[in-house]
Design a protein. Sequence first.
Lengths: 378, 389
Amino acid sequence: MRFVDEFRDADKAHALSAKIAALCEPGRQYKFMEVCGGHTHTIYKHGLEDYLPESVQLVHGPGCPVCVIPMGRVDDAMHLAAQDDVIMTSFGDMMRVPGSRGSFFDAKAAGTDIRMVYSPLDSLKIARNNPDKRVVFMAIGFETTAPSTAMTIMRAAAEGLENFSIFCNHVTIIPAIKAILDSPDLRLDGFIGPGHVSTVIGCRPYEFIAADYGKPVVVAGFEPLDILQSIYMLMLQLSEGRSEIENQYARVVPWDGNPVALKVIGETMQLRPYFEWRGLGFISHSALSVREQYAKFDAELLFDVPGVRVADPKACQCGEVLKGVLKPWECKVFGTACTPETPIGTCMVSPEGACAAYYNYGRMNRNRVAEVTIGSRP
Amino acid sequence: MTTQKPGGWIEQALAEHDEHHEHDEPAQREGQVSDREQQVLDRIDKARRRRPKVREERITMSHGAGGKATHTLIEAVFLDAFRNPLLEPLEDAATLQAGSARVALTTDSYVVSPLFFPGGDIGELAINGTVNDLAVSGATPRYLSAGFILEEGFPVADLNRIAESMRDAAAAAGVQIVTGDTKVVQRGKADGCYINTAGVGVFERDITLGVAHARPGDAIIVSGPIGDHGVTIMLARGELDIEADLQSDTAPLNGLVAGLLDRAPGVRALRDATRGGVATILNEIAKSADVGVLVSEDDIPVRPEVRGAAELLGIDPMYVACEGRLVVVVDGDQADEALAALRAHPLGTQASVIGHVTDGPPGLVHLKTAFGGTRIVDLLVGDPLPRIC
């Protein structure tokens, strides 16, 4: 398949793998964080770690839109969904995320009208087709998905729709990266920068990471060769003593981002003073709410949202996993109490969550790969 | 802002966790990373072998998706209530002794939406699905029943179309529909037309097939490109605004199976890949026979249209339903024979050896990715959910 297979070429991967190994200084450990959950997914789905020397470790970051939604927000959404005449609409990813009283799937089974959509524009369609209902879209995601929510709000305004609103949970990536850089318990050598977020915000916002923290960033695409090449670029920077922002994903990411997308976000949404992130706690200026001008589309104003904060279960270590302090399997309840079937933490729900990716794809001892794949071949 | 504690189900899950793991050695922080990881992997393996329990208070769509939630429901509710040696293997059909004859019995219900789709309709599916469940047990499908649940207001013209299509499918598969039932429910209580078929087949060969018989060294073969049916249905629902020239692969497999068993008596197990796709069957093999399974992504046939749609949606064709594809476990020495037999039949021209049964970690399916890495292939909980970005 064109535009896919050329980015999954095993021969090129072997060549890059050798170049990475050649750059490793003996005795030195390298730790790179892939910020974006999409990268985590790619890494596990393609078994990319097989190509890395033991001294190069990947640490999974906070960039999984579903994973960072705190329990209280899920409860708020369930509360909205349970109101008279409400149809709640949501991306599929969100359907299994547990609130304190179960997930959207559970609420749906109990009779609440919750529908899975592929785009917020599908929610608009549902609103048009159900004029006697109030349709709410559960908006989640980083700057990647915010523009489509923004466009949907603007379209709803242009059409004069009276029965559509969004429950805005959009978050922004830079404050989360900053929180990680300021976290005392983690030592990183560099970042694999989030590709799709950067299509919107560009590469400039990362400059402080190199300038103030002295860490290199390579904005990366989502195919396995993209990631491998980005790791090589990071290793090259380290070996040459540089810390710069580089763009491996230039085929998609413009250096200055997408001004049109940024403009529509700015027109419809504004920064919240603070927002709770699952596991990371409250981070100031890290999330978006609907601007006053579009208040009639803001579910938080239209409905009475309880806004009760729900503490994460004590045993759940999603916060440490999201910050990259713990590997998924180092969490106390990983794979025993917390599984994809009965997730306690959000990291176990989304395919982009580090725990789900490890459980579904990577639940194996990499040191025994050779034994597994070669050992018993007839 | 007040803070609440999360609900009871989490505490229950944690209490059970403590009960089972209170004697676990704490993972050594100082130890070798891979040793600590191995401890956790062993613990997970133990947890996965525990008796499954349904935690949900109500049935969710995941329980019908053919993945982990379906397995849990079947084992925790139905197997628990009905347990007997004939049911226990949980194969596609039960093998029974009726007088001097050995027969296979199976049943399946069909609720597909839309009822008519490129390459078939619910009627054809209802015949082929049950014929295939019998065929993969090694029996020759003979007689079917047909039960209809119809919604008030359903067009008779559509029902005629479905009945004709069932007649043609039964003729093609060489089976007779010999008994039936009709119920009508009020508008809104069903979605047009649901069909249940049950089927009886007769064993003409002295064989017992079953995934529990798989042994290290066996080859695993699929009879053709995977995922056609599932992707066709997803696109036919018209919610995705993707168009592709695709048809359901619904087909009766009894002819293909007969040809295969004639030439390769070393076949140990057959399954038709329906809900949950090929990945689910591979997991059933690994779990039932307590063996490892290793497959190679490069060798798994997938049509470019199916791969393209699956890539766009972020789902894996390995989990997408087929309705006319066999998964074969055969003695490694007879792999070539089996492959040749499948390829000699029109429904098996693109058959391919996708991997082997191994003595690797028992219960796990490993995949050598096209990229050259390794990962496991687990059961999905429910339906594959499209990713958001």
